[in-house]
Design a protein around this ligand. Structure first.
Ligand code: FAD
Length: 515
């Protein structure tokens, strides 16, 4: 292989079309590297059809691809997401009493960048509600307010946000945009066989059931859990994480709003149940609700009953979609001339909506360091694989943190989740350290970790984790300064509540003003 001149993305789900769009944006009409991107997908094998919560990275990704925010909002029934509200994770509900906390996108810092957690730990920790004390965004979410005003501007915010979106419509938008504006070629066919060069093992072509044979210099495996190229063909080992993260099945339903005035939450609601948790995502036209559960701890029938109980009478005539998940990742997401992005490269449960963001990172990294020719592949692939292994491991640790701090003992699922044998060693070491010193930036050594200080603070102190403060840490804090800081944050919250519009109202206004 001389120069790499064409890339074949196999698979047309969210990961396939996002990857194709990001690569094509980089290489289409690029005078230095004009590479043709083709996407091949099967019309017989459906996409997963879920994946409605995103990460704030999505704003940059959409801007990079060249999609206007207004077009995205309208095409995808999209809404704003300011974080995740975790309900019943700390304790099981008692009657109508539910514990909750937020993992917000706004970090717990003041405008001047000063982290207020130290003051909170020193003087406020006995009052529950870390997320309310350290950021006005918790109050904004409680009131179902939007993170911006109608005049704030595209991709700009008053409080940090990501999106909720309709997965199927997002794929349609990306497909339309990539084929019409970025010259991505689209082939519909089902791959039956993969050809490899005998000497190198590189993939040379895919042969489809429809008699189509397509060659390419470089392949991206976006075939979902089938992992047709990276798994079945190139045999990259799968690192199973089901001993740490127990959930392996999901059921989902699309629930209409009661009426056109029903509030749209501007955050994802994640509610813990006996053998897993449910997501509740408000789009413009409906809610997407599902229960992610561990099949070793509950039956499919019981899981469906839990989901229907959560939704209430609105679920009566609705069907559920059943999904199996494989939790873990490929030891090498990049092998030979093939990179796996999306489910084919790995998946851990959707608790923190990490999967689509991993696709964005994978595709962007690939585009930024795309090899000129075959000789450059080994060095770039080694680095890529190191980054992704680290990223997966750290995501697994962060997700596990949500479970292992729980005080729930109402089912075997929760009892087993706090057993130290199920907690990764690196996470256990950190938790032990944080019993004496709260987390600091230096605890997160790599810039490739997806979740760093602020996220850990929200989960730890939202889950009422106890840090026995050492005097060295406390020196320099002053009660009166702390009181001033927290009353200022509270004041900012009051101003924001008056300043920001209702979330549904803003979404409807933005949609009606779009040409
Ligand atoms: C219950 C659940 C909830 C989730 N929630 C979130 C969330 O809130 N946020 C988030 O970021 N992520 C979430 N995810 C993950 C998210 O859904 C996926 O990351 C995303 O949809 C990407 O999927 P994919 O494109 O890799 O695979 P798929 O959607 O499965 O697409 C696979 C594609 O490959 C094609 N294909 C397969 N075999 C062949 C073949 N032989 N020939 C040709 N084509 C083939 C198929 O036709 C299809 O087009 C969730 C996942 C689950 C299971």
């Amino acid at each position: 292989m001389a120069h790499i001149e064409n890339i074949m993305v196999v698979g047309g789900g969210t990961s396939g079309w996002l990857t194709a769009a990001i690569l094509a944006r980089k290489f289409h009409q690029n005078p230095n590297r004009n590479i043709q991107v083709t996407l091949l997908e099967s019309s017989d094998i459906p996409t997963i059809g879920v994946g409605e919560g995103t990460f704030p990275t999505m704003l940059n990704t959409l801007q990079y691809i060249g999609i206007e925010e207004s077009e995205f909002l309208k095409s995808c029934q999209a809404t704003f997401k300011q974080g995740i509200k975790f309900v019943d994770w700390l304790k099981p509900p008692s009657g109508d009493q539910h514990s909750h906390y937020y993992h917000l996108f706004n970090p717990p810092v003041l405008a001047n960048g000063v982290d207020v957690t130290r003051e909170w730990l020193a003087y406020e920790k006995d009052k529950p509600g870390y997320s309310y004390a350290v950021s006005p965004q918790a109050y904004i979410c409680d009131q179902n307010l939007a993170p911006k005003r109608v005049d704030t501007g595209d991709y700009r915010w008053k409080t940090k946000y990501a999106y909720h979106l309709d997965a199927g419509k997002f794929v349609e938008l990306l497909k339309r945009f990539a084929t019409e504006n970025l010259n991505v070629k689209h082939v519909i066919a089902t791959v039956g066989q993969v050809e490899q060069e005998p000497e190198t093992g590189n993939i040379s072509a895919v042969v489809c059931e429809q008699g189509i044979r397509r060659e390419a210099d470089f392949f991206v495996d976006c075939t979902g859990f089938a992992s047709l190229l990276i798994g079945k063909t190139l045999d990259s080992p799968f690192v199973d994480k089901s001993d740490v993260l127990f959930v392996d099945k999901a059921i989902a339903m699309q629930v209409p709003y009661l009426d056109e005035k029903q509030a749209i939450a501007s955050h994802t609601i994640s509610t813990a149940h006996e053998a897993g948790w449910s997501w509740d995502i408000g789009l413009k036209n409906r809610r997407g609700i599902g229960y992610v559960y561990a099949s070793n701890y509950t039956s499919g029938e019981r899981a469906e009953q839990v989901l229907r109980n959560y939704v209430g009478s609105q679920a009566d005539n609705l069907d559920v979609k059943k999904i199996s998940m494989r939790v873990g990742y490929r030891e090498e997401c990049w092998r030979n001339n093939c990179v796996a992005i999306g489910f084919s490269g790995g998946f851990v449960e959707p608790l923190e909506a990490t999967a689509i963001s991993m696709v964005e990172t994978g595709a962007t990294l690939l585009a930024d360091q795309f090899p000129e020719d075959e000789n450059a592949i080994p060095a770039i692939a080694t680095k890529y694989n190191q980054i992704f292994k680290l990223r997966w491991e750290k995501i697994v640790e962060f997700i596990k943190l949500h479970y292992c701090l729980s005080q729930r003992t109402d089912s075997q699922f929760w009892i087993d989740n706090v057993k130290s044998t199920s907690i990764p060693k690196a996470l256990l070491e950190k938790i032990n350290l944080w019993r004496y010193f709260p987390p600091v930036e230096n605890d997160f050594a790599s810039r490739f970790e997806m979740f760093t200080l602020a996220s850990y603070q929200y989960i730890l102190y939202g889950m009422e984790f106890k840090t026995e403060l050492q005097s060295a840490y406390l020196s320099g804090t002053r009660k009166e300064v702390a009181e001033m800081v927290f009353s200022k944050i509270h004041e900012q919250g009051s101003v924001a509540l008056k300043d920001l519009p209702d979330h549904r109202e803003l979404i409807e206004t933005l949609n009606s003003s779009i040409r």
